[in-house]
Design a protein around this ligand. Sequence first.
Ligand code: ATP
Ligand code: MG
Length: 360
Amino acid sequence: IHSVAKVHRVACIPGDGIGVDITEAATRVLNTLSTVLKTFEFDFTTFDWSSKAYLERGWYMPPDGLDQLKKYDVIYFGAVGWPDVPDHISLWSLILPIRKALNQYVNVRPTSILPGTKSPLADCKREDLDWVIVRENSEGEYSGQGGISHEHSEHAVATEVSIFTQVGIERIMRFAFDTARSRPRKKLTMVTKSNAQRHGMVLWDKVFYQVAKDYPDVSTDKMLVDAMTVRMVLHPTSLDTIVATNLHADILSDLAAALSGSIGIAPSSNLDPTRKNPSMFEPIHGSAPDIAGKGIANPIGAFWSAAEMVRWLGETEAADGLMKAISNVTAAGVKTKDLGGSEDTKGVTNAVCKEIEKLF
Ligand code: ATP
Ligand code: MG
């Protein structure tokens, strides 16, 4: 009997630099999964929205770009940014408007040390570092509010306004508490800078303690962001789920990725928990112009992001299988240079595809 496979519609935005290499690798791995499992298919549509295109035609996304994206089940994103375009232009033309317009107010960034890889922290074992950073993705320091006056004089004045709302804080806190509750240690660390920033950060603290009352089974603690960087390095085992603002979590998750072995393995999910809009999945690294086009980028962050996407789509067996395939490949020592190996992007991709075929 031939049953009809479910079709998942994926909008693919490879973007710039190694974003292109790793999106191609991730697409191959996803197609291998669906071919082997046969219970679902992916229908990919690729959008050439990139800095390269911008330099040629003057725009990243067409005027109806956000409406186009809304027609898909999920979005897979590579990276955006190129040295010839100021970073604030590329970010504000593509990734930030998508997160905002599609209500992706949560950014989830898991971190762990993969088998066969090492943390730069001496003595840090695999089980010592297992975190999920929940990043507020819609307001805070990246609200885009502010301005500059007297720009072309020696007296230029700029403001960069952080926006924090009760509604915005409360929804990210609830997501973070739910995440903490779903994990064995049931532990949430909240990060602020409420000693020096006395408005938004103090509201953040207050809402945290309010929401905590609904989660008596989750243990909590509060850290200032500066002390948090020290704790991540010196006492990694003491942490589990972490919630922080847009800016703080951006920085802490780069540190977390580096501590887990390489920025090249870390995934992120931009989620609209209401599921009214498509969510977006992307590795946390950028376009890495220094290694772009050389075929040596680590595709693991892209694969892990793809696994998170597949899980979000409800394909749990496929997600677990992909994660298992990734672990088996790193455990066997098939790794790119950033993880201390000697394989290239293609070598790791081939190995993961072969593992998937073996697993199912
Ligand atoms: P963004 O502003 O988009 O975060 P960035 O300027 O912070 O980008 P990345 O592009 O994330 O920088 O990368 C920093 C460096 O880390 C790169 O120059 C590259 O050497 C290395 N790197 C990043 N991603 C990978 C990867 N997937 N594989 C190997 N090395 C990587
Ligand atoms: Mg960066």
